[in-house]
Design a protein around this ligand. Structure first.
Ligand code: PLP
Length: 389
């Protein structure tokens, strides 16, 4: 038997794999499972984007290597998009990196910026894949808590920066798993804190387009000074339902962008050229599909919230993303509650502890299935008599 490297042994377990397994077992037993546990967008990619891809694949030039560091058209489209949407000016040559989905950059960043033993600070609860980059870089993992009392924004004074090391802080707003969004004031505090303490920031804007009740999430780069301290990652996966296409971009601080590009030069060339053309069309053409998508998620949130409230299950407000963050009833842990719902109601939810210990007391609901199923899920849960009305 050939041994794998210790680095791979140190990678975190993929939490969602075990959830999927439990759900599949239940389905195999013949149950009609309502799956609110997953985070995979359910809608198709908009037609204009698919057509742009088809047209591009018909051109043999798109069968060749992409230019290193991505096509000029896509980098320009990303810069234009940030200008148009957020009033942020970017140099497409030095302040934009094309990446294979945002996960690529999020996992590569510790390797790109840190030396062994330097610090990574991750939110708890938080998107589990951030953890993967830490052992790859032999960096030190530090978790910071985010809580409902602070609207899931961290208390920066609790982030224990080591001034003898490099420090990299991850932020994620709109937030997975809580659905919280950040304020411009918070981002200004982050920039001030980063400058005072010489830390770098990566803000994950995967759900940047998805804000509810007329609230448009702000970009971190709109904050004066943000480009001095960090970057923002953006993905086509959520905004344009392109999760399988694996394309995104990172924008902001040119030193960090250069470091990401350098890693990618060595690991792979760039995204398939036809996918880059489709991504360019996604950014440059009408955004009507995005408006429709966001209002669909908002409708689903309202439908689920109404059904949950009618059985005495009071949600934490969901301001954006396609998730709702729901408290578990007294006497249950997140995992026990999730297991009970799957077992007795055939409703799958993601336990909050899958996102970190501080997610205890909550479960995450995905707004990614057809509308009538939310009411049905809550009707099934009501039969378990867990909530006082
Ligand atoms: N960031 C967050 C918070 C996510 O929830 C996800 C996907 O679920 C990603 C990043 C990764 O997205 P992708 O790699 O498809 O761009």
């Amino acid at each position: 038997k050939i041994q794998k490297s210790q680095v791979l042994d140190n990678l975190p377990k993929q939490f969602f794999a075990s959830l999927v397994q439990k759900v599949n077992q239940k389905i195999a037993s013949g149950a009609d499972v309502i799956n609110l546990g997953q985070g995979n967008p359910d809608q198709p990619t908009p037609k204009n984007i698919v057509e742009a891809m088809q047209k591009a694949t018909a051109d043999p030039n798109s069968h060749k290597y992409s230019p290193f560091r991505g096509k000029e058209e896509l980098k320009q489209a990303a810069a234009d998009f940030y200008q148009r949407e957020y009033g942020v000016q970017l140099d497409p040559q030095t302040e934009v990196a094309i990446i294979g989905g945002s996960k690529t950059a999020l996992v590569e960043l510790p390797l790109a910026l840190l030396n062994p033993g330097d610090n990574v600070f991750l939110p708890d609860p938080g998107y589990p894949d951030y953890l993967s980059g830490v052992p790859l870089a032999n960096a030190k993992l530090n978790l910071y808590a985010i809580n409902a009392e602070n609207d899931y924004l961290p208390d920066l004074t609790e982030i224990d920066v080591d001034h003898d090391k490099r420090n990299l802080i991850y932020l994620n707003y709109p937030n997975n798993p809580t659905g919280a969004i950040a304020t411009p004031e918070f981002y200004q505090d982050v920039v001030d804190f980063a400058k005072q303490n010489n830390v770098s920031i990566v803000q994950d804007f995967a759900y940047g387009a998805i804000g509810f009740d007329g609230n448009r999430p702000v970009s971190f780069l709109q904050t004066p000074g943000a480009k001095d301290v960090g970057i923002e990652t953006y993905t086509f996966s959520k905004t344009y339902n392109m999760a399988g296409w694996r394309v995104g971009f990172a924008v902001g601080n040119s030193d960090i962008i250069e470091a990401i590009n350098l890693i990618q030069d060595h690991l792979f060339v760039s995204v398939f050229p036809a996918i880059q053309d489709a991504a360019t069309a996604a950014l440059n053409e009408s955004q009507e599909s995005v408006t429709k998508l966001v209002s669909r998620y908002e409708q689903r949130r309202d439908q689920f919230f109404n059904a949950a409230r009618s059985i005495g299950w009071e949600p934490y407000k969901s301001e954006g993303t396609f998730y709702a963050w729901m408290p578990v009833p007294e006497g249950y842990t997140s995992e026990k509650f999730a297991d009970l719902l799957l077992e007795k109601a055939a409703v799958a939810v993601a336990p909050g502890t899958g996102f970190g210990e501080n997610g205890e007391g909550y479960v995450r609901i995905g707004l990614l299935i057809d509308e009538p199923r939310y009411t049905e899920a809550c009707q099934r849960i009501a039969k378990l008599n867990l909530f006082k009305k």
